[in-house]
Design a protein around this ligand. Structure first.
Ligand code: NAD
Length: 384
């Protein structure tokens, strides 16, 4: 028996229900796919409020070091207070490990409810730059000494007219950060035989941040001219761009025209939830945060506090994140089996409340029951 150690962060709120329902499903996926030769061993890690309560630190060094050592981890959502309190531990973790790519596939499969007439046309991958932009967390509160000092500098030295009672934030987007991210995404597109990459920016308004993001990503794309085309050349990956507001309309009206969306941090965050809405919602939207030395797999959704402890949430996004992790680790068969078992379960209209409420005449099952159903199918499962 080969033991595979995987660090995990349980997460807050509904994340706890999801973790408890999903743990055995993930174990079973590997055990079955490897004919009993490999077994997962979980290493619990602390982060967020729980870490603060138990260890006096929102992101203990041990958590970061353990992920670095194992190069991989799976994580539930962590709560971040709005408007005050501590900064996002999710963002901090991505920055501490330099996980500069956030990969969020949004793919329809039969049985999922959708507001679209032809949801089968949705097969998008949102690639979100994960370390820069407004998420850098450089901001100052209205009325603070720092805000006052910066306002004074901007007014006196830069000639900018600003309200005295403004809060201020800084939006850094660098050439280096954009280039390494774009390079990673193009290489991913080549390896996975994707057909197009669309840069999603607001460069008409934010010329030196989002406009520069567009320009620098084209610069990198030109290095790949053997594989990438700017004129929709047959057999090459089409590289184009759209202004962000237009992109939100495009994914609803013509999702079939889009494939990989290459986004700065904030645009990617917004688009991820919007696109998840095309295929049933956040309950089925997985994700990965990837760097050169480590990767953390986590659902797109947050801790959905309203549903915490009620055994109601959908564990699909967490499980699909697990399937992405298995593929990343070379356990492709486990990933594929898990995805097939999920798709089979949903196609039989065995779904949690978030999907059931969008479907006619379907009674929802609990989070734990849904997970049991998947486990059953894993036991029967065959490779496709
Ligand atoms: P959320 O994603 O937690 O929930 C939004 C809505 O989506 C919920 O009300 C629910 O209807 C639905 N939903 C989400 N996950 C679901 C699931 N698994 N099953 C069924 N329905 C689901 O977003 P929010 O309410 O804006 O944020 C709550 C907290 O989560 C905040 O503190 C926020 O900062 C945090 N957050 C964390 C992460 C992360 O850990 N990566 C990501 C986003 C938000």
């Amino acid at each position: 028996m080969d033991y595979i150690e995987i660090p995990y962060i349980e997460g807050d709120g509904a994340g706890e229900d999801i973790w408890h329902a999903s743990r055995e499903v993930l174990e079973e996926s590997v055990l079955k796919a490897c004919d009993g030769a490999k077994k997962l061993v979980w290493i619990p890690l602390l982060a967020g409020q729980k870490a603060f309560d138990r260890a006096g630190n929102l992101l203990p060094e041990e958590t970061v070091e353990t992920v670095k050592h194992h190069k991989v981890a799976i994580k539930g959502p962590l709560t971040t207070p709005i408007g005050g309190g501590f900064r996002s531990v999710n963002v901090h973790l991505r920055q501490a490990l330099d996980l500069y790519v956030c990969l969020r596939p949004v793919r329809y499969f039969p049985g999922l409810p959708s507001p679209l007439k032809r949801p089968e046309q949705v097969d998008l991958i949102i690639c979100r730059e994960n370390t820069e932009d407004l998420y850098k967390g450089i901001e100052w509160k209205e009325g603070s000494n720092e805000a006052f000092a910066l306002l004074t500098f901007l007014k006196e030295k830069m000639g900018v007219a600003l309200a005295d009672d403004a809060g201020l934030g800084v939006k850094p987007i660098s050439r280096t950060g954009t280039a390494r991210f774009t390079r990673w995404v193009i290489e991913y597109a080549i390896k996975n035989r994707r057909r197009s990459i669309t840069v999603v920016h607001k460069g008409n308004i934010m010329k030196y941040t989002e406009g520069a993001f567009r320009e620098w990503s084209y610069e990198v794309a030109r290095e790949f001219e053997e594989y990438v085309s700017f004129e929709s050349e047959e057999g090459k990956i089409s590289f184009n761009d759209r202004i962000a507001d237009n992109m939100f309309m495009q994914v609803i009206l013509k999702p079939q025209d889009y494939d990989i969306l290459l986004c700065p941090n904030l645009n990617g965050d917004y688009l991820s939830d919007a696109c998840a809405g095309l295929i049933g919602g956040l309950g089925v939207a997985p994700g990965a945060n990837i760097g050169d030395n480590a990767a953390i797999f986590e659902p797109t959704h947050g801790s959905a506090p309203m549903y915490a402890g009620k055994d109601l949430s959908n564990p699909t996004s967490f499980l699909l994140s697990g399937a992405m992790m298995f593929r990343h680790m070379g356990l492709d068969r486990a990933g594929q089996r898990l995805e097939s078992a999920i798709e089979d379960t949903i196609s039989r209209k065995i779904v949690t409340y978030d999907l059931a409420r969008q479907m006619d005449g379907v009674t929802p099952v609990k989070c734990s029951v849904f997970a049991e159903e998947i486990k059953k199918r894993l036991a029967q499962g065959t490779d496709t």
